[in-house]
Design a protein. Sequence first.
Lengths: 484, 484
Amino acid sequence: MEENKRKKYQKDKDRLSTKLGYLQRVLKDYGVPVMIVFEGVHASGKGRISNELLISLDPRYTRFYATHTPTEIELRKPFLWQYFVNTPSSSEIYIYYRSWYSLYIAMKNNTVKNERYPENRILLEEIRSFEKTMMDDGSELIKFYVEIDEDKQKKHIRKMYDNPRTMWKAQEYDRDNDDDYRKEMEAIIENDQKSWIKVTYADRYETVNEVLEVIIEKLEKRAEAEKKKSEAKKEGNDGFFDGKFPNILKKHEGDFDISKEEYREQIDRLQKEMRDIQYMLYEKKIPLVLVYEGWDAAGKGGNIKRVIQQLDPTGYEINTTAAPTDLEFKHHYLWRFWREVPKTGHISIYDRSWYGRLMVERVEGFASNKDVKRAYKEIRDFETSLTNFGGIVIKFFIHISKEEQLERFEARQEDENKVWKITDEDWRNREKWNKYEEAINDMISETSTEDASWYVINGNSKRYARLKALQIIIDTCNQKFLDK
Amino acid sequence: MEENKRKKYQKDKDRLSTKLGYLQRVLKDYGVPVMIVFEGVHASGKGRISNELLISLDPRYTRFYATHTPTEIELRKPFLWQYFVNTPSSSEIYIYYRSWYSLYIAMKNNTVKNERYPENRILLEEIRSFEKTMMDDGSELIKFYVEIDEDKQKKHIRKMYDNPRTMWKAQEYDRDNDDDYRKEMEAIIENDQKSWIKVTYADRYETVNEVLEVIIEKLEKRAEAEKKKSEAKKEGNDGFFDGKFPNILKKHEGDFDISKEEYREQIDRLQKEMRDIQYMLYEKKIPLVLVYEGWDAAGKGGNIKRVIQQLDPTGYEINTTAAPTDLEFKHHYLWRFWREVPKTGHISIYDRSWYGRLMVERVEGFASNKDVKRAYKEIRDFETSLTNFGGIVIKFFIHISKEEQLERFEARQEDENKVWKITDEDWRNREKWNKYEEAINDMISETSTEDASWYVINGNSKRYARLKALQIIIDTCNQKFLDK
């Protein structure tokens, strides 16, 4: 390229970089996570373009994520796990060098071993749900497909061959023919033209500036929209609790006591069976997710302890869910739970869970009406991702009566070894019993699915609830083993 | 076992559990991280004991870490990486089911492929340094070795054989004969008897209570010590800056300007060489760590950009170091840097780094005199872990004169595109120039080692500094390639 032209491009790039840096700071202040995807065939310039982009952005708030052959751990987690846990927080920009689309194509063509998803359709549905979930949550998603004419591509690769230090990379490209990739990507884009930006690689200078311009245009538009939104009135939680709901919990009230002797005999037997179940899960590589929800003092912790009592500690984790940390708060509310989904063959137990979105966050108004409505589907989709992958999801709601809760609160208050367990917040939550009751009933009816049902368990008798939970886990797992 | 005896043990266990729960809360309030290690041969009851321990502890503040065959990623990181990143925060207890000792033995016996550490002695030194670092930082480390007589062990394994669901695990035990492990562990303990507690597995009830009692005794002692410490006077930073130090920076002052034309020509050549270096690092599986320190406005960010300009973005990361997050603050200060060490073949660039401990933390008094003295060795050890693993560590201090800094501050203040880069803190730091100068000189003389030298680069001319840094990286890497 002639020197003058190069200088002009350089000057343009500097101007564009400054503008992009400015927009990054603006969107960071609005709390908008930005996801920029680069797909494209080998040696099409994706690397160069994203590198220039990285240089223009503030490294404190920018991450680069390269799609790679899945690691052992990634293969032991659901399809999109690696992407879900690598999404930007509300102050970050993520650049994806190849993305979930490349992974999808590799799985479709069995370049990446795919024994868990019999139908490709399922993978595409998960991609759609993932992108929608991110965008609904406020993420700006920009997807580029970089094309290059075949002569230029060949020239790029030949140049790598000529350099002894890069030869091995060119050889890799040769082995890994990407005609299949190109065809698949073209079909994907054909079906979803609006969401893709095609860029044809001309030369390093021209193409980088073209991409910068597109990104700037998108981010400017977004910044304007955010400005308008911030000036508009905030959405409220008006009329959300109307007291009208079929009371599912009611059906699970009453006394179900069990004698100490019977309990001891049964619990011992069930715990031994549970240990066998654990070994079977491990051998069959099935991940098990156990969700425990319930009123304060319903006995969730004690129930969980009885489940794990005879288990091998190398095969389960207990995840307790407290208020989100700063970093968690800056991500989609499911992000932290994605980070904890079990590996194949492992058991993940959640003492409180993502259902906080539909209980405390709804009752306290941290989640708007819209958020809550969206969360029903998002949570169903999240659990479907787990069951699509072959996992078992069992959800318990331990239900106690309001009177029983009062008795337990008072007993805790009087026991010096338990008084730390009860806080002012527990008392405040108790005052909102009716709101919680409505939220819980809505939650149960909206998120009970065929593969991930809710089990309401009467917890007035702890002994009954413990036996019941164990029995349900054992039966569900045994049923699954038979199905396989 | 007779029913009465069992009942007695159960009662004792309940009492011990309550006490342990109490101590966990006390030590959490004092901010003491607790590490409990269980080593022992197969089927010696480690799993049962640690499971009972887990049940006694508060799951919100307890983690269980099982040593496993290293994953691909773990094999691409230094020896103790998996443990360093899995250390408890100041409110947590970690239980290690097998530990760095098992990993050491597996590497010594080549059960885990060990091509990077020619001498086992190095691995043992790293273990000693790791444990010392953790304890110096306030961690309580309790190490158990669980023994079992051979008849009982055989009985345990036979029982697993008899159950079709656990048979495969017994078969694994059979294949994986652990006589070697036993011999090694006995030698290790022989050499370090004071730090180990031997427990002989009798039966589930008795042994669990014995372990609980030992832990309680240790934690009680620690709680008392913490109580005394909190009543004693706080250690100060008195007389720490005395203005007496050989001024290394002085040697790197003066003007080293370079013409635009010469710069353009050279930078282009060096950047292309740097790209080749990256490919070589990748091919030879050598991780490269680049540390950038320097005065505010010294031009670290711009220098880094010139290094990466022509690189493949899939092979480097830029780690910017801001004030620690809550979670980082609750760990050893090196913890967050351990989390970011490069994989083999990758380049990790640090824009500011662990040296904050010796600069801002010392100057601001966040680290005590004792902390700083300890940090010199800890940092040397940390970098040695990286070079032991075959990594290259290059550290730059970009030095500008006080006058040059003032000019740059003022220029930033006047440029609307750069004004966000300058904060009140920068001005405050400038007022402490002399203290920083002393801290930096001490840091450079205390942490320059043969394998991880400091390079002070005159940064008054940005062009000079950029060329110089690139040249040093290229020369150092090429030298390493020759050595290999």
